[in-house]
Design a protein around this ligand. Structure first.
Ligand SMILES: C[S@@+](CC[C@H](N)C(=O)[O-])C[C@H]1O[C@@H](n2cnc3c(N)ncnc32)[C@H](O)[C@@H]1O
Length: 431
């Protein structure tokens, strides 16, 4: 962290015009600071667990460009752009890039200061964001030699603020842009759609959508679990009932160093409480028949390290002893378990798969004994209680259509109950 802070100090010196290095070197420094060097410095000097604690993962230039594309087409003198978790300003920089430039450096800084706002809990990030905007203004106006007097008068709306405790300022925004932290936190008391641990990203979006002025535009980079996870359904409903129009783009892995799949959202706050759930989150269906019409879907109840080995001795199936794509009658492993158990026939599916594997690898469980099922498996319990239904669904699971549909529906490698319930079964299933 110290090395990072030192780098910010250097950047501020150059931004303020106080450094003694030659102008050419300053320009090279500025170029790097505006193009990924700040993120690289942070990533390479701060350990991953510290970065995770507050969800500090800066947006790369490609994604920042994508999310700001056509965002400011309606920019006018009343526009206020707010990033409620601005970090070192990657998204604000992209916005500034699309804003008017004055005749001089100070004129440009005055314009940008009026229109740009951002919050972060870390003072050094706020300082970095301001310094980088000044560097960008210097590059754009080609006024590198100018000293900045009264540095503090610029960017008064970019400040240290904990958005989860104080969202003031967001209601004035005409444009909100965010890549919020994705760390997990306890749901605040007043969040009616959540009752336990949730992603901070969902809370940030909830606050933005609740407090934003009608017609304001919102662009967000969000973890895929919000789009697909069963526990975020109510959150999705809340978003869908507050927006006028919206579109979603599945992006994939956040960056080379961060194994989190993300999607981007463009929406506009609405006055009317019209629920657009299907329009916004709906997945194109290939048939009207869904897996949940024929099967109850559960998560395996056994959590090996948590559950005591008490209760009756039972056949025990888990991801490693379930034979992929087979019909399995003999389950040699047993364990005691006092929770919910299942009677065959049914299908178990591994919840995680490796890239290159089928997305939903299934096994049919037959026999007469009740079975305890581990938590890394999903259970498909046929409503008609027949082996025939299990065989039909296994074929569907193995098909390319299922892989394609799941890849579209859920990018993260963990299958969710909700996604499986929505799986289209195709017309052949009725036969
Ligand atoms: C995923 S990073 C994104 C930063 C920046 N918007 C970008 O795209 O590069 C999230 C940022 O949120 C900040 N943050 C975490 N908790 C916050 C809170 N309660 N209020 C405001 N900012 C917060 C972190 O310090 C971090 O800089």
């Amino acid at each position: 962290m110290n090395e990072f802070k030192k780098y910010i100090g250097q950047m501020e010196n150059i931004a303020h015009g106080l450094s003694v290095i030659p102008r050419l070197e300053e320009e090279v420094f500025a170029e790097a600071a505006l193009n990924g060097e700040v993120s690289r410095k942070y990533r390479t000097t701060v350990p991953l667990n510290s970065r995770r604690e507050h969800g500090v993962f800066f947006t790369n230039e490609i994604l920042a460009k994508k999310i700001t594309h056509k965002f400011l087409l309606d920019f006018d003198r009343k526009s206020l752009i707010v990033d409620p978790a601005c970090g070192t300003g990657n998204l604000l920089i992209e916005c500034a890039n699309k804003m008017p430039v004055g005749k001089t450096l100070s004129e440009t800084l005055k314009i940008w200061s009026r229109h740009l706002s951002g919050f972060d809990i870390f003072p050094e990030f706020v300082r970095a964001a301001k310094a980088r905007l000044i560097l960008l203004a210097k590059v754009k106006t080609n006024q590198f030699d100018s000293n900045i007097k009264n540095f503090d008068k610029y960017f008064p709306l970019i400040r240290v603020q904990d958005f989860l405790n104080d969202s003031s300022g967001i209601e004035k925004a005409s444009h909100i842009i965010l890549n919020p932290p994705y760390n997990v936190l306890l749901a605040p008391d007043n969040f009616c759609w959540a009752n336990k641990k949730i992603s901070a990203a969902s809370v940030f979006m909830d606050i933005c959508i609740s407090k934003a002025a009608v017609d304001s535009k919102i662009r967000a980079i969000l973890p895929d679990v919000l789009r697909t996870g069963s526990s975020y359904r109510k959150w999705r409903e809340h978003i869908a009932s507050n927006v006028k129009k919206s579109d979603i783009t599945i992006y994939g892995q956040f960056d080379n160093w961060t194994d989190v799949d993300v999607f981007t959202m463009r929406l506009q706050k609405s006055k009317h409480q019209k629920n657009l759930y299907k329009d916004i989150w709906g997945i194109p269906a290939t048939s009207n028949t869904r897996l949940s019409d024929y099967f109850d879907v559960h998560v395996g109840p056994v959590v090996p390290h948590r559950d005591l080995k008490k209760g009756p001795m039972l056949a025990y199936i888990h991801a490693r002893n379930a034979d992929a794509w087979k019909e399995q009658k003999r389950i040699s492993e047993t364990r005691r378990f006092s929770g919910t158990v299942f009677s065959p026939p049914f299908v178990v599916i591994r919840r995680t798969s490796r890239p290159g594997d089928n997305r939903a690898i299934g096994t049919i469980i037959k026999g007469k004994r009740k079975v305890a099922i581990e938590n890394h498996l999903l259970v498909l319990l046929p409503k008609k209680n027949t082996l025939g239904e299990c065989r039909k669904v296994l074929k569907t699971l193995k098909s390319k259509a299922t892989d394609d549909w799941l890849n579209e529906r859920i990018r993260c490698r963990h299958l969710t109950v909700e996604a499986m319930k929505e799986l289209p079964l195709g017309v052949k299933f009725h036969g």
